[in-house]
Design a protein around this ligand. Structure first.
Ligand code: MSP
Length: 645
């Protein structure tokens, strides 16, 4: 089986994960899932970068020991990924003794062969970058990334003879056009390499910094951040021994943003050359997510937390947005309104509607089984051909990390399929017994198109694709090569229309752009026969009246106790404003004592029910987050019994 190895940067633990970190990691996860769909043996690695001045300062600010600090933030990064359906195979921490040993082994090897030497250096040091900058890199005397003036520093240090490998690197980049992509970054690197390369300072005296890996040949120094961090790409493969290195290093690819282009495109390949190793295969460089035209970053305080977006929109919607909205390589602006618009337009309207309408028609017109197709008409053939052509475009674009293009080609087919429903009018065909064969072909064509769309969505929206595959009766379809052909659905097999894929979300303010209604979904004005499944119903929408029937009220918990023989239930006495008893299944999440005095939201007009012998008059609302249950609340005190609407 062909191997594939992809890494994200390892993130500094001086900040908590934000959407910028999440983007690189979603990209890598999507590509790894795609490579698995192609049948490859994939290794996906991420991790945290835990040494250096920045981290020490962050720990000081947090008033905890550095060890405690790095453990906490590293755990936050590790925990940030599963809710986004990101599933790395390895998570490297640079404070792992195994990683530190690999770094020391490499330092010793490169030192022994004479490529590391001791010297004095005076330079302009940017604390934010943790590196010396050249005059040329400054903009108005300031670091362009941190907008601060660098400090002039003079000290004795160890240096890596990077200049020795400059010609080799230029030659390598010229001979391998795919080494650094997109092309603009390759050009940037080549233009930088037109000037003579300076050697790289790789140490810090322990008088200035102790939180680092000691140089094995001089313990008065620790290694400087990049020589430590970049080696994670090898230490995660248990370099130098073991099978992983032999298997995955020859196919290594890295994802980064443009902020760390120089270390990855210049330091890292020359370090590898000095070690006698082959360079990585490809470096994929993306742009920044901006907030109001400025890079999203902790130092500017304008970050968006991925967890909050997932809670509001769901993991798949966030993944889709990130991959669809940014042209890989260029910057993109983030706004919740844009995310909401894509959710409602692309996901709820276009994809969600196509899926629910098609499956509802199969349920109503074909007894929930895959119908037998007959001779396809020109229209049927057109859709089938478009769906197959889409697979080709999709692959080509994903191979080049052009996610937005890959998704645009999938959505073009979704839009075609929606139009196809409108023009073939299956609800008319079903009325005429002579058209039964044609109806079968139309429904079959829709189901096959949906099956191919589902295949393309596995890497992008894994949970949604799994739901779709399940409903289509093909839960095990996980190979693009085998399944990317027309006609695999077997007539007679059961189809199980499931729940709605994407609930429609409400805009918060009037000023926000309205989602565009897909043209394909507009039924022709002349259509007299109502669709068998009105769109609202198909999307799981309820009327305002139905909502009004639900009596939601604020209630204060005035007493709480365990219910004998139940480890799940608590008996609550609440005031809303009259007193009533409610039995709530929250005993595994809350102790009775922590509940009294809280105001929660209840459904006040639920039919009473007896639970473990106790009559319950209503229901307490709580949010379910994986295994966690968090009680609802109001953001400020209000009168008990206030209506929530
Ligand atoms: N620790 C180094 C990387 C060492 S890799 C051997 C580092 N860490 S970092 O925490 O600052 O992460 C930088 C990376 O985070 C970027 O290269 C990118 O992957 C991601 N991003 C951080 N902010 C971002 C945006 N605003 N937009 C897009 N990606 C961003 O540098």
């Amino acid at each position: 089986m062909t191997a594939y190895y992809l890494t994200t940067p390892i993130f500094y633990v001086n900040a908590q994960p934000h959407l910028g970190h999440a983007y690189s990691t979603v990209v890598a996860d999507a590509v790894c899932r795609y490579q698995r769909l192609l049948g490859k043996d994939v290794r996906f690695q991420t991790g945290t970068d835990e040494h250096g001045d920045k981290i020490v300062h962050a720990a000081e600010d947090a008033e905890v020991s550095v060890k405690e600090y790095v453990d906490t933030i590293s755990a936050l990064f590790r925990a940030a990924w599963p809710p986004l359906a990101i599933a790395p195979d390895t998570f490297v921490r640079t404070t792992d003794p195994a990683h530190m040993a690999v770094v020391q082994g490499i330092l010793q090897q490169v030192y022994d062969q004479g490529d590391i030497y001791f010297s004095e250096y005076t330079g302009l040091y940017c604390k934010g970058c943790e590196q010396f900058l050249t005059e040329k890199e400054l903009v108005d005397g300031k670091c362009p990334d941190h907008l601060t003036e660098p400090t002039k520093i003079s000290e004795q240090n160890y240096f890596f003879r990077m200049s020795k490998y400059q010609e080799w690197l230029i030659d390598h980049i010229n001979k391998h056009p795919e080494f650094i992509t997109p092309e603009r970054y390759r050009n940037e690197v080549l233009s930088f390499l037109k000037e003579p390369l300076e050697d790289l300072c790789i140490s810090r005296p322990t008088t200035r910094l102790t939180w680092g890996i000691p140089l094995p040949f001089d313990n008065r120094f620790v290694t400087y951040v990049w020589f430590d961090a970049l080696i994670n790409y090898l230490s995660g493969l248990n370099y130098p021994g073991g099978d992983d290195f032999a298997r995955y290093w020859p196919v290594a690819e890295h994802v980064i943003a443009k902020d760390i282009l120089k270390p990855h495109a210049i330091y890292w390949p020359t370090m590898l050359k000095a070690m006698g190793l082959e360079p990585y295969q490809r470096l994929h460089v993306h742009g920044y997510w901006n907030m109001n035209e400025t890079k999203m970053s902790k130092s500017l305080g304008n970050v968006v937390r991925p967890g909050e977006l997932v809670a509001e929109f769901g993991a798949d919607s966030v993944r889709y947005f990130l991959l669809r909205e940014m042209s890989f390589g260029l910057d993109a602006g983030f706004s919740k309104e844009a995310l909401m618009a894509r959710h409602n337009s692309d996901l709820t309207n276009d994809l969600g509607n196509l899926f629910s309408r098609s499956l509802t028609m199969v349920k109503n017109f074909a007894a929930s089984v895959v119908p037998q197709p007959s001779m396809p008409s020109a229209q049927d053939r057109e859709l089938a051909e478009a769906a197959l052509a889409m697979l080709g475009h999709y692959r080509e674009h994903l191979d080049n990390f052009a996610f937005h293009r890959a998704l645009a080609s999938v959505w073009e087919v979704i839009s075609r399929a929606n139009k196809y429903i409108v023009s073939t009018q299956p609800w008319e065909l079903v009325k005429d017994p002579q058209q039964t064969a044609q109806l079968g072909t139309v429904l079959y064509t829709l189901l096959e198109t949906l099956r191919l769309i589902t295949l393309t969505l596995h890497p992008i929206m894994p949970e949604t694709a799994a739901k779709m595959a399940e409903a289509l009766g093909v839960p095990g379809e996980t190979s693009l090569n085998d399944c990317g052909v027309w006609g695999r659905l077997v007539p007679g097999r059961a189809i199980t229309p499931g729940a709605q894929l994407f609930p429609r979300l409400q805009q918060e303010t009037k000023d926000q752009p309205q989602p565009q209604k897909s043209k394909a979904m507009k039924e022709p004005a002349s259509e007299k026969t109502p669709s068998p499944e009105p769109a609202a119903e198909a999307e799981g929408l309820i009327s305002f009246d139905a909502f009004q029937n639900l009596e939601l009220r604020v209630a204060e918990i005035v007493a709480a106790e365990k219910i004998a023989k139940s480890d799940r239930l608590l008996k609550l006495t609440v005031k809303a404003p009259e007193e009533r008893t409610i039995v709530a299944g929250i005993a595994q999440h809350y102790q009775p004592e922590e509940l009294v005095g809280r105001q929660v939201i209840i459904v006040a007009n639920l039919k009473p029910a007896k639970l473990m012998g106790v009559a319950s008059h209503g229901m307490v609302l709580a949010a379910k987050d994986g295994d966690r249950l968090v009680l609802s609340a109001v953001s400020g005190p209000v009168a008990n019994g206030s209506r929530v609407a």
